[in-house]
Design a protein around this ligand. Structure first.
Ligand SMILES: [Zn+2]
Length: 83
């Protein structure tokens, strides 16, 4: 699955595991240890469709309460203009 970066054309793509933030409206889910390819030049990250599908399925399972997440965190929200 190596290849050049579809964004900038750079040849070196590194396999990494990263934190992925899945978001639908105000609903967020953070997934740790997600495999991806990251461009060593521009930093764009590419995820396989199967990986994204699994994250989406997990999000739906948690939303429909058929699954309990590993952990839940609170996220503060601020508007820059009000700082
Ligand atoms: Zn790139």
């Amino acid at each position: 699955m190596a290849g050049s970066c579809p964004f900038c054309g750079h040849k070196n793509m590194a396999s990494k595991t990263v934190e992925y933030l899945y978001r639908i409206g105000d609903r967020l889910m953070m997934v740790t240890g997600v495999p991806c390819l990251e461009c060593e030049y521009c930093g764009e990250q590419y995820f396989e469709a199967a990986v994204l599908k699994r994250i989406e399925a997990d999000f739906l399972a948690i939303e429909s309460e058929t699954k309990t997440p590993m952990k839940t965190i609170q996220v503060p929200v601020e508007s820059f203009a009000s700082l």
